[in-house]
Write a protein that binds this ligand. Structure first.
Ligand SMILES: [Zn+2]
Length: 226
């Protein structure tokens, strides 16, 4: 009963600040004008083709993404990952849900949801895996089981951020280990940002090697080449 007046009082003394432009706002996280700038990507821009290094899988892998990786989404993802704003998972996951619904994703055809794992060292620093927090929300929405412990991430020589596309592929080779066989299972694989596709395609290959049939890849954002 008291929640509303307490919130109103809190908002008077500590008005929410837009995480993109820094202005005071009456909304959560983003002011109205920043929120309006977020556009869910449409075909063909929402799709990415990834070529794998592995000869067994000759066809390129397709990944779907929700938003263009630029502000305000870029700023929100930054806060989400590096400023401990884990509470943004609910808000950000809605763009993934929206995109999955637009593309007529059929949850009944999938067995479970898997987030791309975070390196244990980063996990220790951050305290959470942002892809897992997004996956949790998606799992809740589509009522699909979440499996967040079937893939483990091994040590990687260099940070991916400053590497070229080819170097990224080499750097993450054999990075992920899938613990058991998942013969003929269909999986929805989730990550936060799609850059070159090196991480997600390595994950994809590790799952395929354990017998997974269909893998639907979705990321929250994608860095579009201009
Ligand atoms: Zn704003």
């Amino acid at each position: 009963m008291l929640k509303k007046p307490i919130n109103a009082l809190k908002n008077t003394f500590f008005p929410p600040i837009c995480l993109n432009c820094g202005k005071k706002t009456t909304k959560n996280y983003l002011c109205l004008s920043c929120k309006k700038q977020i556009k869910v990507l449409r075909p063909p821009f929402c799709y990415s083709q990834i070529k794998t290094n592995n000869n067994i899988y000759e066809k390129p892998i397709t990944a779907l993404s929700s938003c263009n990786y630029k502000n305000p989404i870029k700023n929100l993802i930054y806060s989400f990952k590096y400023k401990h704003c884990d509470y943004l998972a609910d808000f950000l996951s809605r763009f993934i849900v929206k995109q999955l619904k637009i593309t007529k994703f059929k949850p009944q055809n999938y067995d479970f949801i898997v987030p791309v794992p975070l390196h244990p060292y980063k996990m220790k620093i951050r305290g959470y895996n942002q892809a897992e927090l997004l996956a949790k929300q998606i799992a809740k929405y589509f009522q699909l089981p979440l499996k967040n412990d079937i893939i483990t991430s091994k040590y990687v020589k260099d940070s991916q951020t400053k590497l070229s596309s080819k170097k990224r592929q080499e750097n993450v080779k054999g990075k992920f280990i899938v613990k058991e066989n998942f013969t003929d299972k269909n999986i929805l694989l989730i990550d936060d940002v799609f850059t070159t596709g090196a991480t997600i395609s390595t994950c994809w290959q590790s799952l395929k090697e354990k017998g997974v049939d269909k893998i639907f890849i979705i990321t929250l954002a994608k860095a579009l080449k201009n």
